[in-house]
Design a protein around this ligand. Sequence first.
Ligand code: FAD
Length: 307
Amino acid sequence: PFDVLVVGGGPAGAAAGVYAARKGIRTGIAAQRFGGQVLDTMDIENYISISKTDGPKFAAALEAHVNDYDVDIINLQTASKLIPAATPGGLHEVQFESGASLKSKTIVLSTGARWRSMGVPGEEQYRTKGVTFCPHCDGPLFKGKRIAVIGGGNSGAEAAIDLAGIVEHVTLLEFAPQLRADEVLQKKLKSLPNVDILVNAQTTEVQGKDGKVCGLLYKNRETSEEVCLDLEGIFVQIGLLPNTDWLKGTVNLSKTGEIEVDAHGATNIPGVFAAGDCTTVPYKQIVIAAGEGAKAALSAFDYLIRN
Ligand code: FAD
């Protein structure tokens, strides 16, 4: 059995693996796809000390760093069940879709999350070529340009307010008849001169030219009129889905499915920790996931020396 078994091989899992291995304890990382979301990322310009890199390069560097240590990487394995230790200090078990199972004294859950997409023509084709999920990551790329934010919940409203300070113009599109964002955010939005808000607006197509986004089609759901907006960027903010379905009924999850953790990354199950985008920790970013992964591994080590 492992001392620390990390489930998930994104920035959080890789950091947890390095920190655990540096304690000289038996460490494994099991992942569906080692690298995680960064594999789908183009430029990364906000990982402190690296001015600019790209996703595949960053993912390769994560793996190389983990491989500097004696860590078992078990790639292309999807966890399907966590069976917590029957007694305190006992072994936890993780079962995988393949039928395999691994046991460990402590577990770090770092299965990340995925952004909900609109599912309209052009969206996949122009992903990272104008279609993006992350205002913190990609906002500066659209300086002086026209963009749309899809989704009128809190994350859409926050993104629109944030981006309005960088880009030339923001159109916020909400499918429902009203925005769902908090009143204070709606008030702030409405006070901004370069933000238009459209409700009852159903995005139907992302349009592009020369390999880049050039516009967005939407249907006015009241009048059924189809309208085309000229713009260069589309920020999709219709939900982040944590990869935690397999944990339902074991660790405590929030309303939105995020693993509830305390300041040490501990879950409600002794010896089971969690880190990164799959947790309740706010702001889903690489630098934050990596820091949380390190923290969860140190917490697991602390647990081991006490049990
Ligand atoms: P993830 O990166 O999601 O990794 C999760 C890991 O768990 C993966 O290995 C996955 O295969 C695995 N996994 C999932 N389910 C299971 C399972 N059941 N069993 C086993 N393994 C499983 N952040 C920035 O800071 N800067 C950026 O520029 C930036 N750009 C982004 C661009 C895009 C297109 C996207 C999608 C995200 C971007 N982000 C960016 C966000 C950043 O990628 C995430 O915050 C970060 O990757 C989270 O790390 P994580 O380790 O928590 O999870």
